[in-house]
Design a protein around this ligand. Structure first.
Ligand code: HEM
Length: 216
């Protein structure tokens, strides 16, 4: 769970920093983010054919997601087997906080977001996708989709759900990797809070910037 989580967090941070190119000015009349998206498809060309490196990276990410979900499923089963009876009274949570108790829910909400996100911006296929969607026109697709308040609101809500999931995920990662000495607890908390805030705010500002007309 921890290793695949680190790979996914690495992708999310790299994806966010790459997307910040939406704030940069055009280069010779072409949006910077479109040049970047094109360069990703051409990664390592001419040594490796176009799209191949990107597909290798995509495959790694898909495998990481599948293993992460599989580990979550296995943990749920182990949890149930460890206590076959339901609790008789209301639970008195001591070590578990809100984020840790909602990991499965925030995970499922995030998965639904991801499906919508891919259909919306990568495939341009779902019934609610902007009519003007066009392959490779990342800037135009970006503005078209986030100009709709409902889509921007959904993205911001999904980032908050991701935030809950990440906060507990980053905190528990150290436990899973055996770094659980109480001396490090403050650092674990700082890292979980800082990285979660960076990812939630850093992602949410992009749809909001379009909706409020800072990017058009
Ligand atoms: C507000 C936040 C986000 C914005 C603005 C955003 C933007 C985009 C855009 C514009 C694309 C299409 C790129 C292209 O066609 O070249 C894309 C693809 C993608 N996004 Fe996001 N994204 C966000 C959050 C996320 C998050 C949190 C994840 C988490 C896993 C994610 C995963 C992906 C994936 C897997 C793809 C497909 C990449 C590929 O084609 O290989 N995105 N995103």
């Amino acid at each position: 769970m921890a290793v695949t989580g680190i790979i996914i967090i690495g992708f999310v941070v790299a994806h966010m920093v790459g997307n910040w190119k939406i704030f940069l000015p055009d280069v010779d009349g072409v949006p910077d983010i479109d040049i970047y998206a094109h360069a990703l498809r051409e990664l390592l060309v001419p040594f490796i054919p176009e799209h191949v490196t990107l597909w290798i990276l995509r495959t790694g990410l898909i495998v990481a997601f599948l293993l992460h979900i599989h580990a979550a499923y296995a943990l749920t089963i182990m949890n149930r087997q460890a206590r076959s009876e339901d609790y008789r009274g209301p639970r008195n949570y001591i070590a578990a906080n809100y984020a840790s108790r909602t990991m499965r829910w925030s995970g499922v909400i995030f998965l639904l977001f991801l499906l919508f996100h891919l259909a919306d911006l990568t495939w341009g296929t779902h019934p609610m996708a902007p009519e003007v969607w066009e392959r490779g026109e990342v800037y135009a697709n970006f503005v078209a989709t986030f100009s709709r308040p409902a889509v921007t609101a959904f993205y911001v809500a999904a980032m908050v759900a991701l935030g809950f999931h990440l906060y507990h995920g980053i905190w528990s990662m150290f436990q899973s990797l055996g770094v659980n000495n109480p001396r490090f607890n403050n650092w674990r908390r700082y890292l979980a809070t800082g990285l979660t805030a960076l990812i939630v705010v850093g992602n949410a500002i992009m749809p909001l910037a379009v909706l409020f007309g800072f990017i058009e």
